[in-house]
Ligand binder design. Structure first.
Ligand code: DGY
Length: 327
């Protein structure tokens, strides 16, 4: 990588002003978000000479890379790398950086919030108050279900899965089952979190939460067979990637199966289309992909992504390089 001279950077998603200033101080920067029609032309022009890119939530595939012949590094402001064609990046020798670690606790908070909201019907009941329907004490038909003491099944046991397990096991007295390639030895969760095959976990858990990365192995993992294995009255929560779930099968399980409710922060297509049946489904709590969306965490992600980019352009090893052999 060329070092010590100003290079051409393309910022393809909004960056906080303090981080943008760091880039401007050292390099020539174009800010153009291809998702905004008025900025697409500027994005395409800048792509042709960009040596570094920083942003997220935009697919970077082989065709896009062909239009970026000078590109050496992409710094993604996300932990997930499913928007990037990893083989094409590796083939071109483009370095990919991401933001693990800094969003772990916030994302686990969001997933736990969905567990609470779905089990205790928080959004539905808050809307009842807002809409003026709280005219007498609510009856049993509107009662929720306990979260504490229930068995939580976690699909994926990386940083976020483990953070979720700590909340559940240590805070809410929930036995945790997890499904992962390997068993993970965590002293603080000894005797409280157990490695289980997928089918057994689905059969035993009262609440199933997905924290897996999206890959060819996990795409469509939750289908009709898997939902049918879940306990009657179980709750399903997805805080990872929408495409891990076959949404038709989820709807079928909610409408005709025994699934009690679903809490979803992610969808196969985002933003969720206005005609998606998941948007207003009475058993679904849907959020607009806010897993890491707090002021503190989004800023920490921007700082780490900016560090990664500046380090790579200076010829140093960035703090968080994604190993493309991992998936
Ligand atoms: C991530 O960092 O991967 C979050 O899901 C935001 O895309």
């Amino acid at each position: 990588m060329t070092t010590g001279q100003r290079q051409k950077l393309l910022v393809f998603r909004e960056l906080p002003a303090d981080q943008l200033a760091r880039l401007h101080a050292a390099h020539d920067v174009t800010v153009a978000n291809p998702r905004i029609p008025a900025q697409l032309e500027a994005f395409n022009v800048a792509l042709a000479t960009a040596q570094g890119m920083i942003g997220s939530s935009y697919p970077v595939d082989a065709a896009l890379l062909e239009r970026a012949p000078c590109l050496q590094v992409i710094s993604s402001i996300s932990v997930g790398v499913d928007n990037y064609d990893l083989a094409a990046l590796a083939g071109r020798g483009v370095l990919l950086c991401h933001t693990p670690g800094v969003l772990t606790e916030t994302t686990a908070d969001t997933i736990f919030a969905l567990i609470m909201a779905s089990s205790r019907r928080l959004v539905e009941l808050a809307n009842l108050v807002r809409e003026g329907h709280w005219t007498r004490n609510i009856g049993e038909e509107l009662f929720g279900h306990d979260v504490h003491g229930k068995t939580l099944g976690i699909l994926g046991f990386g940083r976020i899965g483990q953070a979720l397990a700590r909340r559940a096991a240590l805070g809410f007295g929930m036995p945790v089952l997890y499904h992962n390639r390997t068993s993970v030895d965590l002293p603080e969760l000894a005797g409280k979190a157990t490695h289980r095959p997928l089918d057994l976990l689905l059969q035993r858990a009262d609440i199933v939460a997905v924290t897996l990365p999206l890959s060819s192995e996990t795409r469509g993992l939750m289908g009709a067979r898997e939902f049918a294995l879940m306990k009657p009255g179980a709750i399903f929560v997805n805080g990872a990637r929408g495409a891990i779930v076959q949404e038709d099968a989820l709807l079928q399980a909610l409408d005709h199966g025994t699934l009690r409710a679903a809490g979803l922060d992610v969808f196969a297509t985002e933003p969720l289309s206005l005609d998606s049946p998941l948007r207003r489904h009475p058993k679904v709590t849907a959020l607009p992909h806010i897993g890491s969306a707090t002021v503190e965490t989004r800023h920490a992600m921007a700082v780490l992504a900016t560090d990664n980019l500046l380090q790579a352009l200076a010829g140093e090893r960035p703090a968080a390089v994604f190993d493309t052999a991992q998936i």
